[in-house]
Design a protein around this ligand. Structure first.
Ligand SMILES: Cc1cc2nc3c(=O)[nH]c(=O)nc-3n(C[C@H](O)[C@H](O)[C@H](O)COP(=O)(O)OP(=O)(O)OC[C@H]3O[C@@H](n4cnc5c(N)ncnc54)[C@H](O)[C@@H]3O)c2cc1C
Length: 402
């Protein structure tokens, strides 16, 4: 018989979302919380864009997981393989089971490296990189630094991804570096986006269109990478509006892999049976599961239609915790998340556009616009991204204080 342990509250995933929720629950006096996560290292992923752009060391994005698990929380060092919400159990990789009264599901998003033919092979070659993993982000900077002429291609896949701004941020950091080196005119820069515009919020799109023009970037909207040939260094890009396929020879390519819900979530009763995307089906305001009231989900694994970012989690975590506490007390989940997310768009090596918005897809500024106008590129926002936000993350967000 498989061994079973029980915890009142079980959190699947000890990333940005899981640690934030655990810390807030502890601060609210909740005991018997377990985090299930196999990873020994915790990553602050937003820094990887700056690592790829040569503006931060990779080591500062990682800390031991043991150091961020809140005191008094049990850490089960294994991964969830299946979940049975009717019987309130999770089966883990060692074959044992963890039963729970309340479940928080936040194992992040899956990188689908085999979804585009040739992508997995290409990423292993010297000219191709991606800021989407800890191991590869430093390689991005190596490639950018050594390119003096030729063609650089930056791609973004269709469908939800974490930090939808990251595929273009690295292009701007690269262009600003090449301009400083006096080689930008010798480099053809192609930015391939699946979306109809550079950004989904008009006010920010207007600023970014000017950034694209400033660097002379060839912008391909409604377009997607559909194949890579790493031997001949060619990327096949299709324009979904015209149907035209273009074969682009590259000297450098920054790839962002297609992403989806973790496979075990897709196959579980927690996913929306009517939606093949397979994310955990929650009410987009309360973040409570629509069929299992003792289950909540936030972060990249949830199906709330916000931009998948740590900034969103900062606003989701207090809502999940308040609604979880209400559920524990037999009350309805009354707190609501408004879809807030932000995207710190690094438009140069010392400038940033802080795009903040919510479910309405309208600007939702944190700072009073008359004091700090975040609808334009700003140098002070760069310092926020490079130094302020990492400090906020490690010292306040992961401790349930912000
Ligand atoms: C290059 C890049 C740039 C980014 N830039 C920004 C930015 O500027 N601003 C911003 O706000 N956000 C940014 N993000 C997005 C942000 O990092 C994510 O949205 C955030 O980390 C999601 O948190 P999460 O807890 O849902 O998932 P994660 O932080 O990814 O954590 C998931 C955790 O679940 C664990 N896990 C996985 N599978 C299992 C399993 N089966 N069982 C148990 N545990 C499991 C993992 O080990 C991990 O610890 C960026 C991301 C990337 C990659």
């Amino acid at each position: 018989m498989a061994r079973t342990v029980h915890h009142t509250t079980l959190i699947i995933g000890g990333g940005n979302a899981g640690i934030s929720v655990a810390a807030r629950l502890r601060r609210a006096g909740i005991t018997d919380i377990a985090i299930l996560d196999p990873a020994n290292t915790h990553y602050y992923q937003p820094l990887w864009t700056l690592v790829g752009g040569g503006r931060a060391p990779i080591t500062s994005s990682a800390r031991p997981q043991a150091g961020v698990i809140p005191a008094g929380v049990t850490w089960i060092r294994d991964r969830a393989e299946t979940v049975d919400p009717d019987n309130q159990t999770v089966t883990i990789a060692d074959g044992s089971q963890v039963s729970y009264d309340h479940l928080v599901v936040c194992p992040g998003i899956q990188l689908d490296w085999t979804a585009i033919p040739g992508m997995r092979e290409a990423i292993a070659t010297p000219r191709v990189s991606s800021n989407y993993t800890y191991d590869l982000a430093p390689k991005t900077w190596e490639r950018i630094r050594s390119l003096r002429s030729g063609t650089a291609v930056f791609t973004m896949p269709a469908g939800p991804i974490k930090c939808a701004g990251a595929p273009q941020k690295i292009a701007y950091l690269a262009c600003d570096y090449w301009r400083g080196q006096g080689v930008l005119d010798d480099i053809r820069v192609v930015l391939v986006l699946p979306t109809p515009a550079i950004f989904g919020v008009q006010e920010f799109a207007d600023v970014l269109d000017k950034v694209v023009a400033r660097y002379g970037i060839e912008l391909r909207t409604n377009s997607e990478l559909i194949e890579v040939d790493p031997d001949s260094r060619h990327a096949v890009v299709v324009n979904h509006t015209t149907g035209i396929r273009d074969d682009i020879g590259y000297d450098l390519m920054h790839l962002v892999p297609p992403q989806s819900a973790p496979d075990w979530i897709k196959k579980s009763p927690l996913a929306d049976p009517a939606n093949p995307a397979g994310y955990v089906q929650v009410d987009k305001y309360t973040l409570q599961h629509t069929r299992y009231p003792n289950v909540f989900s936030l972060g990249d694994a949830g199906n709330s239609p916000n931009s998948k970012t740590g900034a969103a989690i900062r606003k989701q975590a207090p809502v999940v915790v308040a609604n979880l506490l209400a559920t524990m007390a037999g009350q309805p989940a009354a707190q609501q998340y408004d879809g807030y997310a932000s995207c710190p768009l690094t438009t140069a090596r010392n400038k940033m556009l802080l795009a903040e918005f919510d479910y309405t897809m309208r600007p939702h500024p944190t700072f009073p616009p008359r004091l700090i106008n975040t609808r334009k590129e700003r140098r002070d926002m760069w310092y926020l991204k490079r130094h302020g936000l990492p400090l906020l993350y490690w010292n306040l967000i992961l401790k349930g204080r912000a």
